[in-house]
Ligand binder design. Structure first.
Ligand code: NAD
Ligand code: UDP
Length: 313
């Protein structure tokens, strides 16, 4: 049994990870500022003898003894949320990474960083392999997130070189599933919530931009495989589902699966919105034997069922 810290553990992905780690018999410290996360996401774990919930902002240093592993997931992920206080977003990525790396140094823990496909910006190489250095606007409204995550990756690799830390860096592509917040602002939750409420689906731009959507359970399985891989495997390693869809295709699927009569309305495309995105997961397949199993249709059905329950309350 290991003692494992999950920062951002009360968020969408973090709460699924906490569930899996507790189910495997580990002791879990879930640290969260509750900026976008919610205690409801870990309600099933609160009171479990191996689970501790800790309110803390990763921008501030923290001391927790006896850690074996740290998963650093703390950071708002939806553009609406990370642009709300961009300076705090940058601090969360950079100071948060620094604080977790120092904690790993102090405890000897292995440390995992939730990086993002946003390090590739609006990519000119498609699909995106890890070797691609990206195309990021350093001064745009997405930069607080993109550049924050890029700087965090840099810190991870500098700490590894300087202090021989055991690091694991994953670049996550768009992931969806139960426990996304209804007001999260990302496309999958927006479309499903709008369809279930009979509201118009808000397509930004002409809806021809693409994303590749991974179901949360697949991703969390990949996280754990990476954490448990040989120490020589540091990443960065892409994780996502290579199935690529336009936003129009996504909207049509959501309408069909919900049986909703909602219409599509077109709204301005946000600044610097990437035109295309698809992970090249060759490395994850060969190094970790990982690939996603849940097709978009199946994952949407489960997510729709979740939001039906949430909205009925
Ligand atoms: P989320 O917003 O649901 O979860 C983030 C969690 O971090 C929340 O519980 C939030 O309260 C917490 N948090 C935010 N700032 C914090 C701070 N300063 N200190 C402590 N806690 C803080 O988002 P998510 O989708 O679960 O994303 C989790 C991680 O995965 C993030 O680091 C995100 O950048 C990364 N990621 C997610 C996706 C995706 O598609 N879901 C894609 C790429 C990267
Ligand atoms: N998007 C949309 N309608 C929405 C929310 C998002 O058309 O209500 C678009 C958005 O412009 C982007 C894509 O969907 O092109 C994915 O957006 P999301 O915020 O989910 O993730 P990210 O842009 O970070 O990949």
């Amino acid at each position: 049994m290991k003692k494992i810290l999950v920062t951002g553990g009360a968020g969408f992905l973090g709460s699924h990870l906490c569930d899996r780690l507790i189910a495997q018999g580990h002791q879990v410290v879930c640290l969260d500022s509750f900026f976008t996360g919610n205690e409801r996401n870990v309600a099933g774990l609160v009171g479990h003898p191996a689970f501790t919930l800790m309110r803390h902002d990763v921008v501030d240093a923290v001391r927790i003894d006896g850690l074996d592993e740290i998963y650093n997931l703390a950071c708002p992920a939806s553009p609406v949320h990370y642009q709300y206080d961009p300076i705090h977003t940058m601090k969360t990525s950079v100071l948060g990474a620094l604080n977790m790396l120092e904690l790993a140094r102090a405890t000897g823990a292995k440390v995992f960083q939730a990086s993002t496909s946003e390090v590739y910006g609006d990519p000119t190489v498609h699909p995106q392999p890890e070797a691609y250095w990206g195309n990021v606007n350093t001064i745009g409204i997405r930069s607080c997130y993109d550049e924050g995550k890029r700087a965090a990756e840099t810190l991870f690799f500098d700490y590894q070189r300087a202090h021989s830390l055991k690091i694991k860096v994953v670049r996550i592509f768009n992931t969806y599933g139960p426990r996304m917040a209804a007001d999260d602002g990302r496309v999958v939750s927006n479309f499903i919530v709008q369809a279930l409420r009979g509201e118009d689906l808000t397509v930004y731009g002409d809806g021809s931009q693409t994303r590749s959507f991974c179901y949360a359970d697949d991703l969390v399985e990949g996280f754990m495989r990476l954490m448990n891989s040989d120490d020589a495997v540091t990443g960065p390693i892409n994780m996502g589902n290579p199935g690529e869809f336009t936003m129009i295709e996504l909207a049509e699927r959501v309408l069909r699966l919900t049986g909703s009569k909602s219409k599509l309305i077109f709204m301005p495309l946000p600044q610097d919105d990437p035109k295309q995105r698809q992970p090249d997961i060759t490395r994850a397949k060969s190094v970790l034997g990982w690939e996603p199993k849940v097709a978009l249709e199946q994952g949407l059905e489960k997510t729709i069922a979740y939001f039906r329950t949430v909205l009925a309350k």
